[in-house]
Design a binder for this molecule. Sequence first.
Ligand code: AMP
Length: 218
Amino acid sequence: MALRLLVLGPPGAGKGTQALRIARDHGVPKISTGDMLRDAVTSGSPLGVLIRETMAQGQLVSDDAIVALVRERLHDDDAQKGFVLDGFPRTVAQANALDGLLKGSALAVVEIQVPDEELVRRVRGRRICERCGTTVSAFDGDPALAQECKTCGGRLVQRSDDSETVVRDRLKVYWRETQPVIGFYEDRPTFRRVDGSVAPVDVYAAIAAAVASVSAER
Ligand code: AMP
């Protein structure tokens, strides 16, 4: 059965990493609005120029622009057999728009919960490979890891919006704009909550179990 999954949670909860694994397991694309917007900024497209500052400050890009981007992406061939959405929806308006786009198709929703202070610590330590996009923690083991990607040897860099000040602003935005999205979904029978403060492998197992339990109920 097609997997249509939303992974919700604050910045640093591990959404991207977990969404990628689940998507690979099910042979469906991971669709990350953050990645799509960063690509737009890097390519210098008209959208990229428009949203550069907004992203640098950790604020949300307009609902209209995001919904248009997601609408287009969900029409791609690879998304017809399912998808895992990461970083979308971030507002109730976006959640409503997504319901419209899906026209009643079943949607599983998983919220990853992590305490705020742990999020700040994780995001400050987060490094991304410039070349292959792998995410690693600068706090994990070998200090050499903080400079070089284990997967491809590329340079590890910090996202400009992962500085402590911007992270705190992003968390404020999360609690104000995105927490209500949890309220939008939490009464649905396909909603599950998992503890994101444990080891990534255990978070993954909890999400896989949540997805299986949602599928079993359908
Ligand atoms: P992320 O990689 O998901 O943490 O997203 C990075 C940044 O992209 C956010 O801080 C926002 O500026 C922007 N962004 C990503 N997804 C959305 C969305 N669904 N709605 C509005 N802005 C978004």
